[in-house]
Design a protein around this ligand. Structure first.
Ligand code: ZN
Length: 520
């Protein structure tokens, strides 16, 4: 039996446990919640010790409240979309005002501990249910050994399945230009719509990068630990330039325990949002970070900077120095040179002509981190987004024979060696596992299963040829996980402008030597 007034008391307890509200806030917050649920008075009893117990996530309290809201007609449809819109509204009533949060964050920062400040912010972003940790926990994760070291694989299962009715409702909903994009600061406190998430439980922190106003927030989808997003106050397009390096290093000066990187400013080789300048950071050491240097270089203009190319499927130049200014200039030297660089022998063209208009193709994915030695490190990943007749989706993009694993853009996170694979793969890989253990055969699969596995058919045949169909389940699973890693390394190699063969690596060296770097 639902007792919403009692659940409200549990939520108030939860809010205090997680520092969303303080004791003084309990009465007005209770009244706001009573109002939302159209209740005249609070629960008259007291919570038992068990009911008061500390919960890491609010889901167990929110679910019965959402059921009640459905019953009372406070939620128009009992769909995930509508429930998500309503639970953000509930949690929104427990949130500090934006200015209060900003003050609190800066107070911690002023005490000289940037780790404590980000810890508090990350904790609040989860406690508020803005990051839905119960869903994130559903993602699959493993490491796979490849020629480039262990790379990380995740299968994204955190997005709830939507039923066709919900999808239709979202499509039918009037298109709105507010907020302009999912990053814009106008999302803070927004109630959402069927086609835009509710963000009453979302808070940001204003910060300064390169003397400009920016905001710091966490990603609601946390693909890795403490996955944060920095976005410019103005909704202006992505643009990688000298200032990008200044901003990245400014961020490291303020939050040296985080890495930070930018997607490119061109489609195909960029992230999903090109319309709003933003970076992503966090507290995670990616496989790329531990990849070794293959060849060292020097440059007479930047004697303070250590330079090297990295053993990585994409083409990466690593710069390291304690001297911020020298590092910025060296990085910018590479960026400016690369923007205009062509090498027809390896299919790299900086520009092409389309309907008489010059199209630019060269850009970079830069990543910055602070080393324990106090040195700044910049990884500059060379990218090119040219399409050809043979590869209309992109020449330096996963090629069609790998689409069964990944066909989306290779953005910043993947460049660093963390594959974010679509949820469909979870079921498909399980079905493949069952084929390899002999539990099922292609013929005994349902029509739907066959349809879903059709794109993997060639791969399945190869796996059967090498490993047969009588593997132990754990062996079959380990094999598939390893092979997905191998495929993902190939995906990254496709995105690399200089290939791993001798010709490619020589061309990489030619580029660097051509712009004044000397190989050691
Ligand atoms: Zn925006």
């Amino acid at each position: 039996m639902n007792n919403p007034a009692k659940d409200i008391e549990r939520l108030l307890q939860y809010g205090q446990d997680h520092f969303l509200i303080e004791e003084e806030d309990v009465i007005p917050t209770r009244n706001a919640l009573l109002d939302l649920f159209q209740l005249d008075e609070p629960y008259s009893g007291t919570l038992t010790e068990e009911e008061k117990q500390h919960l890491d996530q609010p889901t167990a309290i929110l679910e019965p409240l959402l059921d009640y809201a459905v019953e009372k007609g406070l939620i128009p449809d009992n769909t995930t979309t509508q429930r998500d819109l309503f639970d953000a509204r509930i949690m929104g009533l427990l949130m500090p005002r934006q200015s209060e949060w900003t003050r609190k964050f800066y107070q911690i920062l002023k005490e000289g501990d940037s780790e404590k400040a980000t810890d508090a912010f990350y904790h609040m972003s989860q406690a508020s249910n803005y990051i839905r940790m119960d869903r994130i926990a559903k993602n699959k994760y493993w490491k796979a050994e490849t020629d480039f070291g262990d790379i990380e694989i995740t299968i994204n299962l955190s997005k709830p399945e939507k039923d066709p009715k919900e999808i239709a409702a979202a499509e039918k909903a009037p298109k709105s230009a507010y907020p302009k994009c999912p990053l814009c600061v106008e999302n803070v406190g927004y109630a959402g719509r069927t086609n835009h998430p509710a963000r009453q439980n979302h808070r940001v922190v204003p910060i300064t990068l390169a003397e400009e106003p920016w905001y710091f927030q966490y990603s609601p989808y946390v693909y890795y630990n403490e996955h944060c997003i920095l976005f410019q106050k103005e909704h202006i397009p992505m643009h990688v330039c000298r200032k990008t390096f200044v901003r990245l290093l400014d961020f490291l000066d303020q939050f040296p325990h985080y890495f930070i990187g930018s997607n490119t400013d061109l489609p195909i080789v960029g992230g999903s949002i090109l319309s709003h300048e933003h970076y992503q950071g966090g507290r995670h050491s990616f496989p790329m970070e531990v990849a070794p240097i293959t060849r060292k270089y020097t440059h007479t203009d930047y004697p303070q900077v250590q330079i090297g190319t990295v053993h990585w499927p994409l083409s990466v130049i690593r710069l390291r120095s304690k001297d911020r200014e020298a590092l910025t200039e060296a990085a910018n030297h590479i960026l400016q040179a690369w923007r205009g660089y062509s090498d027809p022998t390896v299919d790299i063209y900086a520009y092409t002509d389309k309907d008489g208009k010059k199209q630019i193709h060269n850009t970079i994915t830069p990543i910055a981190r602070m080393k324990e030695t106090g040195e700044y490190e910049l990884d500059i990943t060379l990218r090119n987004n040219r399409t050809t007749e043979e590869y209309p989706d992109g020449l330096f993009h996963p090629h069609p024979h790998l689409y069964h694993i990944k066909k989306e853009n290779i953005g910043l996170i993947e460049v660093m060696g963390l594959a974010i694979l679509p949820g469909r793969l979870d079921t498909e890989l399980k079905d493949i596992q069952n084929i390899l253990t002999g539990k099922v055969t292609w013929e005994t699969l349902s029509e739907d299963q066959q349809k879903a596995l059709e794109k993997h058919k060639h791969w399945i045949e190869e796996l059967i040829k090498t490993d047969g169909t009588s593997l132990e389940p754990s062996k079959a699973q380990a094999l598939i996980q390893k092979e997905v890693g191998v495929k993902f390394a190939q995906v990254l190699e496709d995105a690399g402008v200089y290939k791993q063969d001798q010709k490619g690596q020589q061309a990489f060296q030619n580029f660097l030597e051509g712009i004044g770097f000397q190989a050691c």
